[in-house]
Write a protein that binds this ligand. Structure first.
Ligand SMILES: [Fe+2]
Length: 269
């Protein structure tokens, strides 16, 4: 009952999975986006707009759908670009994230990767690898209605999140001042720096130097997407955070938090 409700939500946004031949003799299941808004707009324009105006519009934006990338094409373009940027002495986190992210926004499909529950934090959140490589790996996620993935950091990592289906509220935070050691129960402060509604095709990025803590909240519609993760050298620790939902400074969007490295970890006796 629950499952069919979720599937109905996702099916609204995604066409049924199809088998695609990725290499000669090798097939993989893929999800595809339903006809995009851009396609719908062009169809409507064709009905309502004089031919010369339509021709101009097509010239400016390209033929409908030609900007879209298949999964393999995305990897073929993104990997060398990422490798080149990482190797550059003038490497810049934002340039890296936005270059990769701009390609990700053009994805017309994502693989039908096997997903499983992500620890016990919220069984409505599932994760699974969609690509392992260098310099990035891609984790696919699916969040059922009502799912909440609590605030957590991405130590010394750059992450580009792409929403592919459904809708999820994504909030980012930054530490205010100094954070205590991970083992400490002391409270500290974080500031909300972003709060956005992620719908299909939108990206959100974080880097080691900005927006590094984030959390996901799903409403009535299940959501699916990917995180393109790049771990930079000297990776430190990962932890969820306990956050007091009531801001201690509403105008400044400041919240009181403490580290909770035990959350989501397997219990040891
Ligand atoms: Fe995350």
């Amino acid at each position: 009952m629950k499952e069919s409700f979720i599937d109905a939500d996702l099916n609204e946004a995604m066409a049924p999975a199809k088998d695609v031949e990725v290499f000669p003799g090798v097939t993989e299941r893929r999800y595809f986006l339903q006809g995009s808004l851009a396609t719908a707009a062009v169809i409507l324009a064709a009905v309502a707009t004089p031919k010369d105006v339509l021709a101009q519009s097509q010239k400016a934006t390209g033929a409908a759908g030609t900007d879209k990338l298949a999964w393999d094409e995305f990897l073929k373009q993104a990997l060398p670009e990422a490798q080149q940027l990482i190797a550059d002495a003038g490497f810049n986190f934002d340039e890296y994230l936005f270059r990769i992210g701009s390609l990700a926004t053009r994805l017309k499909e994502i693989p039908d990767s096997k997903l499983g529950p992500y620890t016990s934090v919220d069984p409505r959140v599932s994760f699974g690898p969609s690509f392992r490589g260098s310099p990035f790996y891609i984790i696919q996620w699916r969040m059922e209605p009502g799912a909440f993935l609590p605030p957590h950091n991405h130590p010394n990592a750059s992450v580009c999140t792409l929403a592919f289906a459904g809708e999820v509220q994504l909030r980012n935070f930054e530490i205010v001042g100094e954070a205590p050691d991970l083992a400490s129960k002391k409270t500290f402060r974080i500031r909300e720096t972003r709060n956005e509604t992620m719908t299909p095709g939108r990206i959100s990025t974080l880097s080691p130097v900005r927006d590094n803590i984030h959390c996901f909240q799903v409403g009535k519609t299940a959501a699916r997407g990917i995180d393109i993760n790049t771990e930079h050298p000297k990776t430190t620790w990962f932890s969820f955070l306990d956050m007091n939902d009531k801001p201690m400074d509403t105008e400044g969007r400041i919240y009181e938090v403490s580290w909770n490295p035990q959350l989501g970890q397997k219990k040891t006796s």
